[in-house]
Design a binder for this molecule. Structure first.
Ligand code: GLA
Length: 562
C-alpha cells in the first residue's frame, strides 16, 4: 500500500512534504491582509429593515414605499434604524443594454434610482442585494464577474447598504499555471526581453520539471498551486516607466481553470486567469498588462488561493474595495460628501468569515438562515455567541436579520431574541411587517407589544454602545446563560437568558464580574442596577438573583453608584 502511494508520488513528481502542505493549506485561511476594511460605515452595528424574512420573493415597489412611509410614521430613524434593504428578487432577469442590473421591469417599474430617491426623501437609506455568484439564491442575475459595473451602478443610484450572498459562487481555482518562461513587450511591439524558467528563484513547493512534449528544452516551473510555491524573476530591466505586455509561456494541462497572481515589486498584484484546456498542443501563452518602473523590477508569480476560504475572502474583499471606490468616485462626480456603502457579507459562516471579515467588509453572517421559531434563534445564538472576539467598531458578526414579530414567536421570545442580538452587538435589521404598527386612522399603535420590543431605547443603546464589544458568556448551566457586555463609561450590561421552557433561577455576583479582565465596571460599595424590560431601578451591593421565565431574558444595566 505504502509503496503504491510512493510510486504514485514519484511518478507524478510530487514531493510528500509538499503534498501534506497542500492538504493543510486546503482547510485553512492561508493569508489575511494586514489592512482592515474601512469605508467609514457601521461604527456601531447597522440598524434598519429588510424585505426577506417576511416577504421573500414577493416584493414590489409598493411594499417598499409603504414600508418607508411606515418607518417614517413610526419615527424609526430617531431610534437609529437607518436602512431600508431590499433583499433578493428586486432585479430583472435581464441586464440593460449597457450590461447594468436593472429593477424588475414589472414589479419595480419606476427603476431603482427613483426608489432610492423616494426612500431618501422619507429619511432612510436604501440597501440592495446580489450574490457573489453567477446568480442570486433565487436564480436572478448576480455580480460575480460583474463586480465593477455593479458596484458603480449601485453607487450611481445612491445605494448605501449592500448585502452580498453566496449562492452560485464559483471559487477561484487553487490550481496554478506551469510556467516555461516570461517575456515583455511594449504594446504592439515585439518582445524585447525573455527569461527562461531557470532564471527564477523558486520558493516553497515551486520546482523545475520537464516535459518532452513541450517545445524548446521542455523545462517549466511547477508547484505554484494552492498557496504552496512562488517563483521570482529579478532584475527585469526596462527602459522607461510605463505599461508593458507580459506574456507567460505556459505548459497546458488539465481541463479545468487555473489562477495565478503576478506581484510587481512587492506591491501591485495582477490576476492571471487560465482557461481549461482541451487542446492537444502542450504550449500555451497568456498575456496581461503590467506597470513597470524604469530600471530593475522584480516579478513574483504565485497562486495565493490554497482553500475555498482564501477564495471567498479574496472575492468578498475585492467587492468591498470596489464598492468603496465607487462610492468615493460618485461623491466626487456629484461634488458631495461620500455616502459609504455599508457592506454585508453573507456566506453563512461556511468559510470562517470571522477570521477575514474585517479585512473585507462591515459585517458577516455567521450562520445559515434564521427562521421565526425558537429553536432556530437559540441555535444561531449558540454559534454566534462564541465569536465575541471578532467584533469591533466597523466590523460585526451577523447572526442574521431579526424575526421579531414574525411566525408564532411569543412576546417573551421576541424580547429574548431582540435582547440577545443587542448583547451580541449584532445588526438590528427588522424583518416584520412595519405597516401593521399603524392603526387604520394612521396613528401609531403604541400598545403593540412587538413595537414596544423593537423601540426599547435602553436595549437599543446596549446594542449601539460605541465600544462595539460583543457580549461574553461568563456562566451557564446548560439552560440558563449569564452574558456580560462592557459599555462605555465603565458600565456593564448583564443578561440572564433561559433557553428552556420552564422558569429557572439564576444568580451572579457583580463583584466577581468586576474581576474579569475584559470588564471595566469598577469595584464599588454599591451599584445602581436598571432592569431594562421592567423599567425599574434598584441598588445592589453584590449578588443578584432572579427567576427567569421560560424562553425569556432579564436584562440589566449596571453602574457604580456615585
Ligand atoms: C440566502 C440568504 C438569505 C436571503 C436569501 C435570498 O438564503 O442567506 O438571507 O438573502 O438568500 O434568496
Amino acid at each position: 500500500m505504502i509503496s503504491k502511494a510512493e510510486n504514485f508520488l514519484k511518478k507524478n513528481k510530487i514531493c510528500p512534504v509538499c503534498a501534506v502542505k497542500k492538504l493543510l493549506n486546503g482547510v485553512r485561511v492561508n493569508s489575511v491582509p494586514n489592512e482592515e476594511f474601512d469605508n467609514g460605515a457601521a461604527k456601531t452595528p447597522p440598524m434598519g429593515w429588510a424585505s426577506w424574512n417576511l416577504f421573500g420573493r414577493y416584493i414590489n415597489e409598493k411594499i417598499i414605499e409603504e414600508t418607508a412611509d411606515a418607518m417614517k410614521a413610526l419615527h424609526l430613524n430617531e431610534l437609529g434604524y437607518q436602512y431600508l434593504n431590499i433583499d433578493d428578487c428586486w432585479m430583472s432577469s435581464v441586464r440593460d443594454t449597457e450590461g447594468r442590473l436593472q429593477g424588475d421591469l414589472s414589479t419595480f417599474p419606476s427603476g431603482m434610482k427613483e426608489l432610492v430617491k423616494k426612500v431618501n426623501e422619507r429619511g432612510f437609506k436604501l440597501g440592495l442585494y446580489t450574490s457573489n455568484g453567477t446568480f442570486t439564491c433565487e436564480d436572478m442575475p448576480s455580480s460575480l464577474y460583474h463586480e465593477e459595473i455593479d458596484a458603480k451602478t449601485f453607487a450611481e443610484w445612491g445605494v448605501e447598504y449592500f448585502k452580498y450572498d453566496f449562492c452560485h459562487n464559483e471559487a477561484i481555482p487553487t490550481a496554478a499555471p506551469e510556467i516555461k518562461s516570461i517575456s515583455l513587450a511594449r504594446p504592439i511591439e515585439e518582445d524585447f526581453l525573455t527569461r527562461s524558467c531557470d532564471s527564477a528563484e523558486l520558493r516553497g513547493n515551486a520546482v523545475i520539471l520537464e516535459d518532452k512534449h513541450l517545445s524548446g528544452d521542455g523545462r517549466f516551473i511547477g508547484g505554484l498551486d494552492a498557496a504552496g510555491g512562488k517563483a521570482v524573476f529579478y532584475s527585469i530591466n526596462v527602459p522607461e516607466s510605463r505599461e508593458y505586455t507580459l506574456t507567460l509561456s505556459i505548459r497546458k494541462f488539465g481541463n479545468y481553470k487555473k489562477y495565478a497572481e503576478v506581484i510587481v515589486n512587492g506591491d501591485k498584484s495582477y490576476p492571471v486567469h487560465i482557461p481549461p484546456t482541451k487542446s492537444q498542443s502542450k504550449d500555451g501563452r497568456v498575456q496581461i498588462s503590467v506597470f513597470l518602473n524604469e530600471g530593475d523590477n522584480n516579478l513574483l508569480i504565485h497562486n495565493p488561493i490554497g482553500s475555498r476560504m482564501d477564495s471567498a475572502a479574496k472575492q468578498y474583499r475585492n467587492m468591498g474595495l470596489l464598492l468603496k471606490k465607487a462610492a468615493e468616485e460618485q461623491a466626487e462626480k456629484e461634488g458631495r460628501e461620500v455616502k459609504p456603502i455599508c457592506y454585508s457579507i453573507c456566506e453563512w459562516g461556511i468559510n470562517r468569515p470571522w477570521v477575514w471579515g474585517k479585512t473585507a467588509g462591515n459585517l458577516w453572517r455567521t450562520t445559515f438562515d434564521i427562521k421565526p421559531v425558537w429553536a432556530s434563534i437559540v441555535s444561531i445564538y449558540e454559534r454566534n455567541v462564541r465569536l465575541y472576539k471578532y467584533a469591533s467598531p466597523g466590523h460585526f458578526n451577523d447572526p442574521d436579520m431579526l424575526e421579531v414579530g414574525n411566525g408564532k414567536l411569543t412576546n417573551n421570545e421576541n424580547r429574548a431574541h431582540f435582547t440577545l442580538w443587542c448583547m451580541m452587538a449584532a445588526p438590528l435589521i427588522l424583518g416584520n411587517d412595519l405597516r401593521e404598527f399603524l392603526l387604520p386612522d394612521g396613528k401609531v399603535d403604541i400598545m403593540n407589544e412587538t413595537l414596544r420590543v423593537i423601540t426599547n431605547r435602553a436595549a437599543i443603546a446596549i446594542d449601539q454602545d460605541p465600544l462595539g464589544i460583543q457580549c461574553r458568556r461568563v456562566k451557564t448551566n446548560g439552560l440558563v446563560d449569564v452574558l456580560v457586555k462592557p459599555l462605555e463609561n465603565r458600565e456593564l450590561a448583564v443578561c440572564l437568558f433561559n433557553k428552556g421552557p420552564k422558569a429557572m433561577n439564576a444568580e451572579f455576583s457583580i463583584k466577581e464580574l468586576t474581576k474579569e479582565d475584559f470588564v471595566s465596571l469598577p469595584d464599588a460599595p454599591r451599584y445602581t442596577v436598571t432592569d431594562i424590560w421592567e423599567n425599574t431601578t434598584f441598588v445592589s451591593q453584590d449578588n443578584i438573583s432572579a427567576s427567569v421565565n421560560g424562553h425569556s431574558v432579564i436584562l440589566y444595566k449596571i453602574k457604580a453608584t456615585s
